[in-house]
Structures are given as structure tokens and as C-alpha cells.
Design a protein around this ligand. Sequence first.
Ligand code: CU
Ligand code: ZN
Length: 178
Amino acid sequence: MNQKILNTLIALLLSPLLLLYHTAMKAIAVFQGKLKGSHVSFKQADPFSQVKVSGHIENLAPGKHGFHVHQYGNLLSSDCANCGGHFNPTNAEHGSRAGTNSHAGDLGNITASKERFSTFHFSTTKISLFEGEQSVIGRSLVVHEDEDDLGKGGFPDSLTTGHAGKRLDCAVIGYDKE
Ligand code: CU
Ligand code: ZN
């Protein structure tokens, strides 16, 4: 048996063991500006699992608000302008959370009640908390003033930002305690 085949076999045999080395990863984004009192938690069991996202966002106008991971965790500007565009490691066009060929950062919309808050839970494979191309650690989470049209609105910015309007607030996604 040649060495290359042997190495491949060893790697295949060890891969289930490598999975065991990963402990679950947790992260949190805490809003400190216009949406103070709001936060979003992330949890992922291992690099091959979905990321569970749960959040509570306050001080929102009733209705839908675009909700994205943006490229940079730079909160220097109070209008979140330094957060860059949507996190987009695959050079895709803007779309929906369910879309397979959309920005990794496209987490869709959150919906605020008449009482002006949104509590939500969903799971996604678009992003990761583990190192690699999909990792969102150190990037920012942005809540927008308007609804994200998921790329379907036909506006000039539908395929880049979902026409979601101003950035209400932004928060850095940082590691959280296990
Ligand atoms: Cu955004
Ligand atoms: Zn996008």
C-alpha cells in the first residue's frame, strides 16, 4: 500500500476522534447604542453543526428590520458606518437567510411587536463560531431601520443591502463563556 493511500486511511479513521476535540462554542453581541438593553447569543456544538441564534432586541419600531452580520467589528462611528458591508466571504449577491447563494451575513429580518421588541430563535449553517472562512467572531451584528427585501425588491440596493435602510445599531460578536 503506498504512503498516500495509507495517510488518507489514517485521516479517515481519525476524523470521528477529531470531532470529539471540539467543545461547543458560544458567542454574544451586546448592543450599547440606540438599542441598548438588547443582545444576541450564538451557540454551536461543533464546526459541522448549525449555529443556534437567539436574541432579544428592544426599542424597535413595530414591524420587520433587516438583521445582518457585517464585515468589520469597528464601532468607532455611532452610525455603524465603519462596520463595512454584509459579511460575504463567497462573493455572492444579497439574499435571504435560507438562500444558499447569498451573503453569509444575510440573517434576514427580525420582527418587532406592537410593544416594540423582538424575541427570536433560529438556526443557520450560513455562519460559524469556529475558525475558518465562515467565522463571524470579531465581526459585527447590525439591526436596520427598515425591512430587508431579501434581494427581491428591485431597488438599486436590493442585491447589495436588501434596501434595509439606516443602521440602527451595531454590536461586535465576541466569544462568550462556555
Ligand atoms: Cu446590514
Ligand atoms: Zn447581504
